[in-house]
Design a protein around this ligand. Structure first.
Ligand SMILES: NC(=O)c1ccc[n+]([C@@H]2O[C@H](COP(=O)([O-])OP(=O)(O)OC[C@H]3O[C@@H](n4cnc5c(N)ncnc54)[C@H](OP(=O)(O)O)[C@@H]3O)[C@@H](O)[C@H]2O)c1
Length: 274
């Protein structure tokens, strides 16, 4: 795919993943438009190839909401690719994805849709995962060119499970479960490669370099933050928990991630996090 065509729209470009995608696209010389529900002070949408005062390219901003549909027509106008990283964190992701596709269709072009999904969305019966699976299906059937990447959990999500309990005298962890977290920057890099190439359909899943038990992740996190707490296993009930215990959210056959969880923690605690 040529790099000198229309801008790339990044939905969720202010989120954990999307804010890593945006600078990587700019570094490749792509014109980038970021969709956000909030108006951003540095709105330079009037400029076709915006530059900061230091001469470094910066993104355009489009204010819009995938849930209400507000601002979407302007956001998708003229784009050649949409990297769809926005998430409502709920079942609304399916309607949000439909609204995005409908706006893209109204605009009349054929933008390449690049969607990030989660390993196990088809096997772990969570409401959120069902919405992501339905969003995948909607993209596959929408008639626009598409690429879909499923990844495992990002390192920071794993860390939060333990750090949110910092005021508790004990640290709880889900018994019998493992995880395979991945560096978010590596996922962002892969999405940029997909956005820069031909539509690839469902590509190989992307998992972190190591599978460890949740107990091990909790221990590593406590140690990295200099915290000492007794660890307490909690057996979670329900079908989704059973699917997690079966490891359906991991992909050991695709352990392509490079940065380990320990390396991530070392970078965070020394202030070097990417
Ligand atoms: N986190 C993980 O471990 C993980 C693992 C695998 C896959 N994923 C997938 O990766 C994607 C990004 O996740 P993330 O963790 O980066 O999410 P995040 O940090 O929670 O960011 C969510 C983003 O969505 C935008 N957003 C939310 N509601 C919106 C709406 N109604 N209209 C427009 N934009 C909206 C927010 O933008 P504003 O607030 O600026 O509007 C924000 O940029 C998601 O699809 C998620 O399922 C995540």
């Amino acid at each position: 795919m040529s790099d000198d065509i229309g801008p790339v729209l990044v939905t969720g470009g202010t989120g954990t993943l999307g804010r890593r995608v945006v600078p990587k696209l700019l570094e490749r010389g792509r014109e980038v438009r970021v969709l956000s529900r909030r108006a951003h002070a540095a709105d330079r949408s009037a400029q076709s190839v915006p530059m900061s005062q230091t001469g470094v390219p910066v993104p355009q901003w489009a204010t819009g909401d995938l849930t209400t549909g507000k601002g979407l027509d302007a956001a998708v106008a003229g784009v050649s690719c949409i990297v769809h990283c926005a998430t409502t964190g709920s079942g609304k992701d399916i309607d949000a994805t439909r609204a995005l596709i409908e706006a893209a269709r109204r605009a009349g072009g054929r933008p390449h849709l690049v969607y990030v999904s989660i390993v196990g969305v088809d096997l772990v019966p969570l409401f959120y995962y069902r919405a992501k699976l339905a969003a995948e299906k909607t993209i596959e059937d929408c008639g626009l060119p598409w690429s879909i990447l499923r990844t495992t959990q990002f390192h920071d999500l794993l860390a939060r499970i333990t750090t949110v309990q910092r005021r508790s005298p004990v640290t709880l962890y889900p018994a019998g479960m493992s995880a395979q977290p991945i560096e978010v920057d590596e996922v962002a890099q892969r999405l940029v490669e997909l956005a820069s190439g031909e539509p690839a359909g469902r590509v190989a899943d992307m998992g972190g370099p190591e599978v460890h038990t949740m107990r091990e992740f909790a221990l590593l996190t406590l140690r990295a933050h200099g915290m000492r707490r007794p660890l307490l296993p909690v057996r979670l009930p329900g079908r989704a928990a059973r699917a997690y215990r079966a490891g359906h959210h991991t992909t050991p056959g695709h352990a392509v991630g490079v940065r380990t969880y320990s390396e991530y923690l070392a970078a965070v605690t020394s202030g070097r996090a990417r």
